[in-house]
Design a protein. Structure first.
Length: 137
């Protein structure tokens, strides 16, 4: 899956918490939302820096764009959905998202969990998990 497909899938499966998401889908989605958030957070500082001398010296604490806030709210649900699908694909339950309640350590734990390789799901209870088959285009 490439960058464009991951973004399309992220928006198409906006609130779909079922199924699985591979590593590329998850990490491309995270990269996309991070880039857009960074750009939107940087936008309001440029006009303010020209208008106010205090802004030129880095006094931007607590200021955020309304667009950045709206974007964060808009992508919260699809980000949670792709994270749940990714955790399921790596063989973990969705409850691991609660690691995010720990400020820094939780984020690190979740990054490690989401970076794990995919786990095959046995078709029958008697089968042992095997390698994940390659996706067909």
């Amino acid at each position: 899956m490439h960058f464009g497909q991951a973004i399309t899938t992220g928006f198409r499966k906006y609130a779909d918490f079922s199924g699985r998401a591979g590593r590329p889908e998850f990490w491309w989605w995270i990269l996309f939302t991070t880039i857009v958030s960074t750009v939107l957070n940087a936008l309001p500082t440029w006009p303010m820096m020209l208008a106010s001398p205090a802004m030129m010296w880095g006094d931007t604490a607590g200021r955020t764009s309304g667009l950045a806030a709206a974007w964060s709210i808009a992508v919260l649900l699809p980000t949670l959905a792709v994270a749940v699908r990714r955790l399921r694909d790596a063989g973990f339950r969705w409850g691991h998202l609660f690691w995010l309640l720990l400020p820094l350590a939780g984020l690190i734990v979740l990054i490690v969990l989401c970076a794990q390789p995919s786990v095959a799901v046995p078709r029958l209870a008697t089968e042992k998990p095997g390698p994940v088959p390659a996706p067909t285009p």
